[in-house]
Design a protein around this ligand. Structure first.
Ligand code: FE2
Length: 455
């Protein structure tokens, strides 16, 4: 029966390209460079660094079978002194890009063969392109691929695309998950990039864990009902919703060996965490973009190349929304509730507040950016215009960051009809468009970016 499910997910008119090869998601065919780009408005002069954005970009004529599996391409824009010095895009030259098989004979992904297509970070002086099925790939500040990076041989699992850097210690917390045991492994690297801790975390099965959270003293795990199914190998990403798999959130001490404390929650799936924090009484408060079963099925089909992403059929119960859980060690129970009913994704925040109390979240919706004020329980919106699709809005703190929202949001906005893209800089305080840099070519909708200040 699993095979039938697989066929349904992939059933589409053979003459119609999948959604991830169309419109503003369609890949670009060339690597180019543009210098001294025109700017609309005024770029804040203190933005001195690089904005890098990662995403899948299949090579011309190739269909990888799923949006998530195309080879990674980085787009970079160098800002300096109020000017946009250059734009450049480069494929990441991974073993997968060169055609090496992604799966081992036992069906599990080979961490050494990674499309490196999901996010980009700088840690310990290295710029790393990440994907959850493989090892990081190091790239240069000019986007040239330097090669796979395994922390000097210490990293023997895949690495999540969503590591969390503790703002106080600089430690990088991350994990790897896999289709075969150990299903989940926790890792911690020091601020200077040494992997100093790796330990298995026991979960009942091969759950697909895209993200996780940290607090000051804890790591929060998402043990949710989307699990590996070997029957799906070869056709798509071999993970599916499983009603029989219990949904749980786990709280693990960062330093200490107490067992992970698990909390049963309503079945749902989370690609992306907003943030988490711990109260003095030990309660953990976590927010994220949550999908219920129907919302997950709809989205998973769409990004797998079937279905559509039009708006009218979406009901409040059938879309990803901001959601909150409070985990109480005194009762052993989770209290959970939706925070909003807008369809959003790609939540971001001021990273100085990761794992700590934080008031603001930023997220992307169909044609704009939403700013949530969790203290007031309110939201404001930037409208990018009809037919415009913003990508993840990365928060860059102002040099004089008096307030949590003193800074800018950087987002690449693309025309859905494929007519072009620009880097937009919004004032994070009031979502006013401060500046825009039209880019010399369209940037396909992708995943995650990062601001890398000039060292
Ligand atoms: Fe992600």
């Amino acid at each position: 029966m699993s095979t039938v499910t697989c066929q349904l997910w992939n059933e589409r008119d053979v003459d119609t390209p999948p959604l991830y090869l169309q419109g503003h998601v369609a890949p670009v065919a060339r690597e180019i460079e543009g210098r001294d780009l025109a700017v609309r408005g005024a770029l804040p002069p203190e933005l001195d660094g690089r904005y890098f954005r990662n995403g899948p970009n299949p090579r011309p004529g190739e269909d990888p079978g799923h949006w998530f599996t195309g080879p990674g391409m980085l787009h970079g824009i160098r800002l300096e002194g109020g000017r946009a010095r250059w734009y450049r895009n480069r494929w990441i030259r991974t073993a997968a890009f060169d055609g090496a098989p992604r799966y081992k004979p036992d069906g599990s992904p080979d961490p050494a063969v990674s499309p490196a297509n999901t996010s980009v970070i700088r840690h310990g002086g290295r710029i790393l392109a990440l994907v959850e099925t493989g090892l990081p790939y190091e790239v240069s500040p000019e986007l040239d691929t330097l090669g796979p990076f395994d922390f000097g041989g210490r990293l023997t699992t895949a690495m999540t695309a969503h590591p969390k850097q503790d703002p106080a210690t600089g430690d990088l917390h991350f994990f790897g998950y896999g289709a075969v045991p150990p299903y989940l492994t926790y890792h911690r690297a020091t601020a200077d990039g040494r992997l100093v801790e790796s330990r298995e975390v026991r979960v009942p099965g091969p759950t697909m864990m895209h993200d996780f959270a940290i607090t000051e003293h804890h790591v929060i795990w998402l043990d949710l009902p989307v699990v590996f199914d070997p029957h799906l190998l070869g056709r798509t990403i071999p993970y599916r919703w499983d009603d029989a798999y219990r949904a749980r959130l786990g709280v693990m001490e960062q330093r200490g060996d107490a067992p992970v404390r698990w909390y049963e929650v309503e079945p749902g799936y989370v690609f992306h965490i907003g943030n988490a924090r711990e109260d003095p009484d030990g309660r953990i408060k976590l927010d994220a973009v949550r999908y219920n079963r129907d919302a997950f099925a709809r989205t998973w089909g769409s990004i797998g190349g079937v279905g559509d992403s039009s708006g009218p059929r979406i009901s409040p119960n059938d879309r990803p929304t901001l959601y909150c859980w409070i985990l109480d060690p005194a009762t052993g129970r989770a209290v959970e509730q939706p925070l909003d009913d807008r369809a959003i994704e790609f939540p971001t925040l001021n990273d100085a507040h990761v794992g700590r109390s934080s008031r603001y979240r930023y997220a992307v919706r169909d044609d704009g950016v939403v700013k949530y004020d969790l203290t007031l329980g309110s939201a404001s919106r930037y409208d990018a215009g009809e037919g415009q699709a913003p990508g993840e809005a990365v928060f860059v703190p102002a040099a004089d960051d008096r307030a949590e929202d003193a800074g800018w949001l950087l987002t690449i906005v693309s025309d859905r009809a494929g007519r072009g893209s620009e880097l937009q800089v919004l004032d994070a305080a009031d979502l006013r468009l401060t500046a825009a840099v039209p880019l010399p070519q369209r940037v396909p909708a992708g995943f995650h970016g990062a601001w890398l200040p000039q060292p």
